[in-house]
Design a protein around this ligand. Structure first.
Ligand code: S5P
Length: 250
């Protein structure tokens, strides 16, 4: 028999990470489980996209190191203002993957000072439990498996990674293409309504598929939104499709 999925309200009462709680509260309030991936390369494009999709998303996912004109004051300050204005979180998709000491330096310092502004960060757990200790100011979304063809995140890796995900206090949830226990928040990229994949190994599913079959909590949509002619309209469409798919999966 199909195991029933938990609602956001039920997950909220079980979640003990403050950033996880915040994310679930925003989901309920905005009736959205959409995270837009802002894979654009200039500050202007990033801020314009955030302004358009802001009302429809729970979080904006960045790859801050692809912004060619990054500047703390000109990029991050206005981005934070938009996050406040439209009530969404900032998720830096850094996919950390090193020993704790190096990750701490990458997280706190360098050009981007991620720890100063990111509510959420993505990280591999390949370096083991203690490598995650350094992420004190943000919730961690652990990478359990990847959406691309031939990813090496096999069953054994995922089983071991999940042990870290379920026990590390800094971890809020995980990115995966498979079902995870209901106590773990699940984030699923590789979502697109029009395409099946790209020429570089990316593989896409529909919102319907990931909510029904994976019991996903949040979808992550990149090109489906920022590459479309009307990013605001697309964000609204993905929000509605994904919210309805969630309701149907309850
Ligand atoms: O397994 C993964 C994990 C992530 S976080 N597969 C992914 O595609 N991502 C990210 O999600 C990827 O880095 C990109 O920013 C986004 C997907 O973008 P799209 O344009 O393919 O929707």
């Amino acid at each position: 028999k199909e195991e029933k999925r938990l609602s956001y309200e039920q997950k909220l009462s079980k979640c003990d990470h403050s950033v996880g709680k915040k994310l679930l509260e925003i989901a309920v309030e905005k009736q959205s489980n959409l995270i837009a991936s802002a894979d654009v390369t200039t500050t202007k494009e990033l801020l314009e996209l955030a302004e358009k999709v802001g009302p429809h998303i729970v979080a904006l996912k960045t790859h801050i190191d692809i912004i060619s004109d990054f500047d703390s004051d000109k990029t991050i300050l206005p981005l934070k203002d938009l996050a406040t204005k439209y009530n969404f979180l900032l998720m830096e998709d850094r996919k950390f993957g090193d020993i704790g000491n190096t990750q701490e330096l990458q997280y706190r310092g360098g050009t981007y000072k991620i720890s100063h502004w990111a509510d959420l960060v993505t990280s591999h757990v390949i370096a083991g439990y203690q490598s995650l200790d350094c992420f004190m100011n943000s919730g961690v979304i652990a990478i359990l498996s990847m959406s691309s063809k031939g990813a090496l995140t096999d069953n054994n890796y995922r089983t071991e990674a999940l042990k870290i995900v379920e026990t590390h206090p800094n971890i809020v949830g995980c990115v995966a293409q498979n079902k995870v226990p209901e106590n773990v928040l699940l984030f699923t990229p590789g979502v697109n309504l029009a395409d099946k994949g790209d020429a570089k190994g990316q593989q896409y599913n529909t919102p319907e598929h990931v909510f029904k079959n994976l019991h996903t909590d949040f979808v992550i949509v990149g090109r489906g939104i920022y590459k479309s002619d009307d990013a605001e309209k697309s964000a609204k469409l993905y929000k509605l499709e994904s919210w309805n798919a969630y309701l149907k999966s309850l």
